[in-house]
Structures are given as structure tokens and as C-alpha cells.
Design a protein around this ligand. Structure first.
Ligand code: TNX
Length: 671
């Protein structure tokens, strides 16, 4: 009898536990990011049911919280969940204490952010359905005492809305997802060669013209937008709305205007801002690569003053990112005014001229009460002000250099933090920094990487980056390419930024991440679960000859492609013109196969034939058109013996000075 009662009791406890917990990790809580101090009280529960109310006396937070749980602004006898500020709590900024007891739950934040993060941790104790909003279920919360605060003050995510415009609502949703992971900064990359996305009231033409590319826009189509004019921009009113939305969620938006390079879009609107460098564009079908601000043109600083004065008013962030990456300095050497300035200043390296320019921009942003942020190249000349915060993107060496020179630094090298990189070898994404897995990002350990204590002291935190060259095409493949690319890598980043090194362990994180997947499902995050399935059918390499109407830049290119060598592909010497062709001829006719035809880099939509036809021939002489190229590619199925396949361009120009040729990937079709 006694045993039966015990067994019954055990079943009850176990089922109560099952409501809220899955036992993936030793403490069974699966919190993410892992808090600093968690003390569990065995066997006791706080019973939450539909009559439980949450009392929160911070109006801003109550507004946020009421989407999830029933909240009240006044104390009532039934308000047994308390959320409040407690500035005398002994924790650093953004810290909180969460106490769950059978009779009461209390979240106390040392500041607004602390209370917000305490609430985020509390929500993770609920069934994941809490993230669907309007929670009305009963559940049991295990008794714990958590005292927690972040390891780093900069827990950033970068978002490039210049290459691919994203509607405001999508950014807000992304911000929501980031905030749930205790990320606190969104670095918004607002301008680049491909577009100017922020309204400047004193210069409306910047967005009227500069926010669009393709079609009849003066900004060249690239990355898959060609015949159609494509783009968009944010009005200042929209950006203010975004800033407020993010502030409720403890996310500061750091806007970036990328200077002095990456400025083709503004240069198409106001050509005088760029160096007056003559160039022969004929080889590139007119494509103009001049994209660097003229350092010697005084009016440029008046224009920049207009721009930053308005931005400073829209964005309350203390930080303003002014760019500094990948400057084509040859344009300065070729510019009579810049080269004269270079001489008169006694410079010996054009990086000094870059810092000269950026120091002037720093003066402007500081005039409007902002502190400058720059990309790592900005310090190469040795003369950039130490007021600047440096984003180290190139590699870890760049971060070491910045910290050893005394710059406060955000660590974000591509090989660890670029979430536009592929997540496995054969899927969509850039690959210049290799395959970036959540584990790679999670496992960053500054000491092991060789940073000295004095350098670590200058590190503000870490940042993930989402560059969006491929977003335009990526989102045709994935329902939400942005989420697919950033989650769960953001989860790894979040814990790297929040949790002290001594408490971080990949195996443990991986288990918690699995359980956290259920939360992400409820949050509506289309995160990546696994690599996409490989195409059906066996890959074959029938004997083939490749030829083309375009001159190749390397003599062995066509021979190599003919034997399926080099899946990176080969460049032509010029861009494509209407009528150009690539021909694949097969020694034995192909039958019952699927053929993937690609122009441009594989998995990266650059250097492609933007518009064209796929033609097939049964006899090797007469061709008929069977498909259109879409973003430079097409997949066709052959069900009759076929001797040749030809890609024929109907476009002149592709926004590049070259085309990339690929061999076709051929699969047998299983009947
Ligand atoms: C390098 S990172 C860039 C970006 C590209 C990115 C693609 C940096 C400061 N410059 O312009 O979008 O690579 O991964």
C-alpha cells in the first residue's frame, strides 16, 4: 500500500514537472543564456494558474509583459508575481534577481534592463506556449533563486539593410527575437554601394534616387535584382518607431553610415562627393566602381554635418557607426585633390588619409553628442582618435591590434561571427570566411586565442553580422532566410556575451539549445535545424566539352570545367552581352537526368548571367529553348536523349566586370 502511494506521489510530481521541464541538462531548466548563479530548492513549486496575476510597477515593462501574461498595475491579494525595480540590488548594470518560492515569485532589476532580463529568464520557466502570447494555462514553476548579470556590455547583432531592403515590420520582429536572447545592440547598416536606406530631410534625393537599384535606376543591379527596380528606405518617423520598439526591449540601435568607401549609391545621387577620377568603364559594360568620398572636398563635410545632425536626432544611441572598411585607396592616389592633400600633410600611407577623413567625421558626430564606432581598417594609419570604438571584423589579429593600441573593441571576425557565411559546405551563403557553425561562435575563448589580460579589459563584447548580399535571393529559397541564417547562431552568440567563460561548455549548451528549440518554435523563429537534404539521384560526370563566346581570363579554364574540376568556377575577361552563350556538349546523349545549371559563384549570386535562356539540342545543331535563367540559374530535367545544352544571355551587363562559369551538376533521375 505504502509503495503504491509513493508510486502515485512520484507520478504526480513527475507529471507536474513534465509540464514545465524537460530534463535535458542536469538542472533540467534549460535556461539560455545560462545565468550566473542558480540555486535550486528541491521538490517545491510555485503553482501558476489562470487566476494568478503579475504585478509590475514599471509601465514600460508592464506593457511588454502583458502580451505574455495577465498583468495588473495595482497590488491585489492575488498578485503573487511581482516585477519591480530595486536600484539598491547588489548586482552590476543590467543585473537582476529572480526568486521563485511556493508562495511568491519576485523579479527585481537593478535597472530597467535588469528587470527586463529577469522577466526573460522567468518566461523560460513557463511552457514554451507562453511565447505564443496570452498565456492562460496552469503550470508549476520550480523554486529557485537566480542572481544574474551579463559578462559583456556589448551584446550585438549587425543587420545589413543596405544590400537587401527589409520592411520595418520584419526588423521589429527580428529585434523581438534578439531581445528574448538578451542581445542589447542592433547595429543597423543603413548605407552601402547598393543603396541608401535612411531618409535625410535636408537631402531627400538620397532616398528618392539612392534607395533603388535595377530597372531604370542609376544604381547598378547586382546580387539578383536586374530588370526590376528594387529597394526601399525608412522614413525618420519609421525609424523613431523602431527605436522606441527596440528601447522597450532594451536594444539600442546603432546606425551606420558606411564612409568613406562603400559609397557608390550616394555617389550616383551626388556624383561630386566622390573623387573626380576618370576611368574606362567599357570593359565592365559601364559599371562604375568609384565609391570613395573625396577627402579634399570641403563641401563634403557640410553634407556630412547635415546627415549626422539628422541621424543624431533620430537615434538616441550614444554610438554612431561611421564605417571605415574596404576603402579603394587607389582612387585617392588618382585624385589630384586628395593626392595633393596627402602630400601637404606629409602622409606616407593612404590609411593616414582615411583616418584624416574619419577624424573629421568624428568631430561632426561628437558635435551632436555621439561617440564614433569604426571598422578595424580605420586604425591602420595610426592617426585615428582613440575616442573611437573599433569593430574588429577582418580576423582576430585585427582585434588584437586594436586592443594593443588601446582602442575599445568589439570582437566580430568573419570566421566566428559572420552569420552570412554558410552553415555547412554545400548550402547557401558566403564562404570567404569559411563555414561558421554555432559551435565555432560559441567556443571563442579570448585567453586561448592569445589575448592578454590588458587587451581583454578593452573588449566591450561580441557581435554577429548579417550581411545581406544574398538575402534577396536567399529568401526565395527559405521562408525566412534571415532567421534561418541567424538562428541558432544568435543563441550561441548570446551565451558567449552573457555567461562567464567558466560557466560555458559546448556540450551542455548543445543540450539546452535542443530544448530551447521548442521555445524558438513557439516564438515563430524559422531557425536552422539541419543541413538541407542533398538532391535526389546519383551525381554523374558524363564526358563533356565546354565552350563560350566570352573570352576567359585563364587559358585552362574551359578544359578544367570540361572535366568537372574546380567547383569555384572560372572568370571571363568581360561582362556578358546580349547573345553571349555558354555551350555544354556531351559525347553520349544525356537522358533521364536532372541538370543544375549555374552562372556566377555557386551559392553566392555574383558574376552571373542575369537574364537568359536555357536551350537544349537533340542533334547538337538545332536548339530549342526550355527554360529561363532565374538569378543566373536553372534546373532542367531531360527525358529525351540530348547532345548539348546552351545558356544564352539576353542581358547586357551584370553589375560586374566578369561572369563566372560553372560546370553543370547532373543527377540520374530515379524512376
Ligand atoms: C565584407 S565586413 C564586408 C561587407 C560584406 C561582407 C560579406 C565588412 C566591414 N565588409 O561589405 O558584405 O564582407 O560577408
Amino acid at each position: 500500500m505504502k509503495t503504491r502511494a509513493l508510486a502515485l506521489l512520484f507520478t504526480i510530481v513527475a507529471s507536474v514537472q513534465a509540464v514545465c521541464l524537460s530534463a535535458a541538462t542536469p538542472d533540467g531548466l534549460n535556461l539560455l543564456p545560462q545565468p550566473r548563479n542558480v540555486e535550486m530548492c528541491e521538490g517545491e513549486y510555485f503553482r501558476f494558474d489562470p487566476t494568478t496575476t503579475v504585478h509590475c510597477n514599471i509601465p514600460q515593462l508592464r506593457r511588454y509583459l502583458s502580451d505574455y501574461l495577465p498583468t495588473f498595475s495595482w497590488s491585489s491579494p492575488r498578485s503573487r508575481v511581482e516585477v519591480r525595480l530595486n536600484p539598491s540590488l547588489e548586482v552590476p548594470k543590467e543585473g537582476y534577481r529572480l526568486s521563485i518560492r511556493p508562495e511568491r515569485v519576485v523579479v527585481e532589476g537593478v535597472d530597467y534592463a535588469g528587470a527586463f532580463y529577469g522577466v526573460q529568464t522567468l518566461l523560460q520557466f513557463f511552457p514554451s506556449t507562453v511565447y505564443e502570447g496570452g498565456f492562460r494555462e496552469a503550470c508549476s514553476l520550480p523554486c529557485v533563486e537566480i542572481t544574474d548579470w551579463p559578462e559583456y556590455s556589448h551584446r550585438g547583432q549587425h543587420l545589413d539593410v543596405a544590400r537587401t531592403f527589409m520592411p520595418l515590420e520584419e526588423i521589429k520582429e527580428f529585434v523581438e527575437h534578439l531581445a528574448r536572447h538578451k542581445i542589447n545592440r542592433l547595429h543597423l547598416h543603413l548605407t552601402d554601394d547598393e543603396g541608401w536606406r535612411v531618409e535625410i530631410l535636408s537631402h531627400p534625393e538620397l532616398t528618392e534616387v539612392g534607395a533603388w537599384r535595377g530597372g531604370d535606376s542609376p544604381i547598378w543591379a547586382i546580387y539578383g535584382s536586374f530588370d526590376e527596380k528594387y529597394g526601399g528606405y525608412y522614413t525618420q518617423a519609421e525609424l523613431r518607431e523602431l527605436v522606441a520598439w527596440a528601447a522597450d526591449r532594451c536594444i539600442t540601435i546603432i546606425p551606420e553610415v558606411d564612409l568613406p568607401g562603400h559609397s557608390l549609391a550616394i555617389g550616383k545621387v551626388i556624383p561630386e562627393v566622390l573623387c573626380p577620377v576618370e576611368r574606362d568603364n567599357s570593359a565592365a559594360a559601364g559599371y562604375d566602381r568609384r565609391n570613395v568620398w573625396c577627402v579634399a572636398r570641403e563641401e563634403n563635410y557640410a553634407l556630412l554635418d547635415d546627415i549626422f545632425r539628422e541621424l543624431a536626432d533620430v537615434f538616441p544611441s550614444e554610438w554612431m557607426h561611421i564605417g571605415g572598411d574596404e576603402v579603394g585607396m587607389k582612387q585617392w592616389a588618382d585624385c589630384p585633390h586628395c593626392s595633393a592633400l596627402y602630400k601637404s600633410e606629409g602622409y606616407t600611407d593612404y590609411s593616414q588619409l582615411e583616418a584624416h577623413f574619419l577624424n573629421r567625421v568624428v568631430e561632426i558626430v561628437e558635435r551632436y553628442g555621439k561617440r564614433p564606432v569604426v571598422w578595424n581598417e580605420a586604425i591602420n594609419g595610426g592617426n585615428l582618435t582613440h575616442d573611437a570604438l573599433v569593430c574588429g571584423w577582418k580576423d582576430m589579429e585585427a582585434c588584437k591590434k586594436a586592443t594593443s593600441e588601446g582602442y575599445r573593441t568589439v570582437v566580430m571576425p568573419g570566421s566566428w561571427f559572420y552569420f552570412d557565411m554558410r552553415q555547412s559546405a554545400k548550402e547557401m551563403g558566403h564562404n570567404w570566411a569559411g563555414v561558421v557553425t554555432p559551435e565555432k561562435c560559441y567556443s571563442v575563448d579570448l585567453e586561448t586565442l592569445g589575448f592578454k589580460e590588458s587587451q581583454i579589459a578593452l573588449i566591450e563584447g561580441f557581435e554577429g553580422a548579417f550581411w545581406s548580399e544574398l538575402h534577396l535571393v536567399g529568401r526565395e529559397t527559405f521562408e525566412c532566410y534571415l532567421e534561418y541564417m541567424t538562428f541558432p547562431r544568435v543563441c550561441a552568440l548570446a551565451e558567449l556575451c552573457w555567461t562567464p567563460q567558466s560557466l560555458r561548455q559546448w556540450g551542455d549548451f548543445e543540450l539546452r539549445l535542443k530544448a530551447h528549440g521548442e521555445r524558438m518554435n513557439a516564438m515563430g523563429i524559422s531557425y536552422r535545424h539541419a543541413a538541407p537534404p542533398a538532391p535526389q539521384g546519383r551525381q554523374i560526370t558524363p564526358k563533356m566539352t565546354v565552350s563560350t563566346s566570352m573570352p576567359m581570363s585563364r587559358s585552362e579554364a574551359l578544359d578544367k570545367l570540361s572535366v568537372y574540376a574546380n567547383d569555384w568556377g572560372y572568370r571571363t575577361k568581360r561582362t556578358c552581352e546580349d547573345g553571349d552563350w555558354i555551350l555544354y556538349e556531351f559525347a553520349q546523349p544525356l537522358d533521364n537526368v536532372k541538370v543544375e545549371l549555374t552562372t556566377g559563384y555557386r551559392h553566392v549570386t555574383r558574376g552571373l548571367i542575369p537574364m537568359g535562356k536555357v536551350e537544349v539540342s537533340i542533334d547538337g545543331h538545332t536548339f530549342r529553348s526550355v527554360a529561363d535563367l532565374h538569378n543566373g540559374s536553372a534546373t532542367i530535367e531531360l527525358s529525351r536523349p540530348t547532345k548539348a545544352i546552351r545558356l544564352r544571355s539576353t542581358a547586357t551587363g551584370n553589375g560586374e566586370s566578369f561572369v563566372f562559369l560553372q560546370y553543370p551538376i547532373i543527377h540520374t533521375l530515379t524512376k
